[in-house]
Design a binder for this molecule. Structure first.
Ligand code: SF4
Length: 204
């Protein structure tokens, strides 16, 4: 029976799934496989800072892909292009306009690759995070569908307890789970928040 927010069953069509990090790829992969899609992962996240953190995330996603036998494509670390793309929005808070461009930057490359490699669909694990705006993701995807002529699979992975399931699965796979979104600005924001939180706790 089709539940609310489910995507339709496929017929083993090929999906290029943009992966933001290994923990966020767990539930989406099993969900899409369960709905009869053939998934290839695409790790493309030049937003992640610093390079050591980027490498950690790459390592985790490769480890996961090997265990679950998911074909995986690694994108380039186009950090200069990413900074250029979000220029002028450095001071935006997480969840603000910079994030919208950051989603677009990564989804554009996914759509481009999906077209080049003749995938039936592209999609993204970004929608699993409660901090990510699925409405924006879907709006961006819609315009990219038109631009590139590849269909987007409109899966809002955070629904049906998707996020909770990904936390459980990432523990099961013993994965490294980062404590900030990815870019240098989100790292500083998270560190400031932790410092403030510690100070408040000490003063109580
Ligand atoms: S906070 Fe996350 S989504 Fe927003 S710009 Fe930074 S890395 Fe991208």
């Amino acid at each position: 029976m089709k539940k609310k927010n489910d995507i339709p069953y496929g017929n083993y069509e090929k999906v290029l799934m943009h992966i933001c990090c290994a923990p966020d790829a767990t539930y989406p992969l099993f969900y899409l496989r369960g709905r009869h899609y053939k998934v290839t992962g695409f790790f493309y996240n030049p937003n992640v800072h610093p390079i050591t953190e980027y490498e950690k995330r790459v390592f985790e996603v490769q480890k996961f892909a090997n265990v679950v036998k998911m074909p995986l494509v690694l994108g380039n670390y186009d950090i200069k292009e990413w900074f250029e793309y979000i220029k002028g929005l450095e001071k935006e808070p997480e969840g603000g306009k910079r994030c919208c461009l950051c989603y677009e930057f990564r989804l554009r490359k996914t759509a481009e690759l999906a077209k080049e490699l003749h995938f039936d669909y592209f999609t993204t694990t970004l929608s699993i995070s409660p901090h990510k705006n699925s409405k924006w993701i879907f709006e961006i995807a819609k315009s990219l569908e038109e631009e590139y002529g590849v269909k987007f699979l409109y899966a809002d992975f955070k629904k049906r307890n998707g996020f909770k399931s990904s936390v459980i699965l990432s523990r099961y796979f013993n994965m490294y789970r980062q404590n900030y979104c990815g870019c240098v600005f989100s790292k500083i924001e998270a560190e400031n928040w932790r410092t403030l939180h510690q100070k408040t706790e000490k003063s109580q």
